[in-house]
Design a protein around this ligand. Structure first.
Ligand code: SF4
Length: 367
């Protein structure tokens, strides 16, 4: 059903140690996973679980929740019990929440031991508790949270500064024999983030979480994330990703999934192949493509659906599509696997595509 053959250029993944975030393996050749972070008040259990359900349906593998208050920490057991995804607790300065998160069954904890050491040195206790519960720790360093000492030394949040900071944070756990770690070094500039991850990949074997931090609104953020992730993943670097868009978590997940699908690192789901339009255009292609995309949202089979703006290059140009339409003179030629099967008035095009897609997949189990 239109699934692309595996890319001959699928990159050889960097060898890393493998950790497990709940039942999701990360690193050590495991599939690259997609993450996001909820935007609800974590203490609002129903709202948080609702958002987790939405991102689960969109293809998310791992979800992170912020734990800035005691109420948020108290909500963790109920969230973990009902979430279908492994839950990472994101904690900054309060070591006591780390223990609550581990007791609640969180699949991992994001905490920077440098912060804990500075304010309430309980790094050894955290390492011991996480070790006993087999809970990995995610260490995250970004330009905004860079240690002042390193900022002074390097003059800016350079790739070297980010890497030095991350490896120093790791060493605080390593001193206690703890190595169940993954690392994220993030920067809002994609190429700085790429350089930092390349450097980090040379200097440790921990799995790496990729993110362009504060990437921006959906359009800009998706492009910045796609550029950075593509460079790194094509070099085999990166084990889990998050597109940090200023957009709802579900949009972040969709962007992450599309990036992995485009790189041949995740099986393709539904794909809309629509032409950009040109002087031959005989329909409002942008509007029609958006309507087709909306109508097929959630379609449970990995079809490729073509939407072409004229009949000149229609079925021929989109012959690899499973179903498609080429438009002209107020009509749409509906084609299936490159063969025109019927012609319908323009207002019937979307329904006709859905009908053909359903009949094509009626005997196929859902993906
Ligand atoms: Fe132009 Fe037709 Fe190709 Fe669309 S399908 S880009 S309208 S030639």
């Amino acid at each position: 059903l239109g699934l692309p053959a595996p890319l001959p250029t699928t990159p050889v993944r960097r060898r890393t140690r493998r950790i497990h975030v709940g039942d999701v393996p990360v690193g050590g050749g495991a599939p690259v996973s997609v993450q996001t972070m909820t935007t609800t008040n974590t203490a609002d259990i129903d709202a948080t679980l609702q958002q987790i359900a939405e991102v689960t349906a969109a293809g998310c593998d791992i979800v992170r929740v912020a734990v800035p208050t005691q109420d948020d920490a108290d909500a963790l057991p109920a969230i973990v019990a009902k979430s279908k995804l492994p839950v990472i607790a994101d904690i900054h300065f309060q070591p006591r929440y780390v223990f609550t998160a581990i007791d609640a069954g969180c699949a991992a904890v994001r905490v920077n031991p440098g912060n804990i050491k500075k304010f309430d040195d309980r790094v050894a206790e955290i390492a011991k508790a996480a070790q006993a519960a087999r809970v990995p720790i995610r260490i995250g360093v970004n330009a905004g949270s860079l240690d002042q000492r390193l900022l002074a030394k390097h003059g800016a949040a350079t790739p070297q500064a980010l890497v030095e900071s991350a490896l120093w944070e790791c060493s605080l756990f390593e001193e206690h024999g703890f190595r169940n770690i993954k690392i994220a070094v993030k920067h809002h500039d994609p190429m700085t983030m790429v350089s930092a991850n390349r450097l980090l990949a040379q200097q440790c074997d921990y799995p790496l979480h990729l993110g362009v931090t504060e990437a921006g609104p959906t359009f800009q953020g998706s492009i910045k994330s796609a550029v950075a992730f593509s460079i790194l993943l094509s070099e085999g670097i990166g084990d889990t990703i998050r597109a940090s868009l200023s957009a709802p978590p579900v949009e972040q997940v969709k962007a992450g999934c599309h990036i992995l699908q485009s790189l041949g690192l995740r099986p393709r789901k539904l794909e809309i192949v629509s032409c950009p339009g040109c002087g031959r255009l005989q329909v409002d292609i942008h509007h029609l493509a958006a309507r087709v995309e909306a109508a097929f949202d959630g379609f449970p089979h990995p079809l490729r659906v073509a939407v072409m703006g004229c009949v000149v290059n229609g079925p021929g140009e989109a012959r690899e599509a499973d179903v498609g339409v080429s438009c002209g003179n107020g009509k749409g030629q509906i084609f299936v696997h490159g063969e025109v099967v019927r012609t319908v008035p323009e207002h019937r095009v979307v329904d006709a595509l859905i009908e053909e897609a359903l009949s094509l997949t009626e005997d196929t189990p859902s993906a």
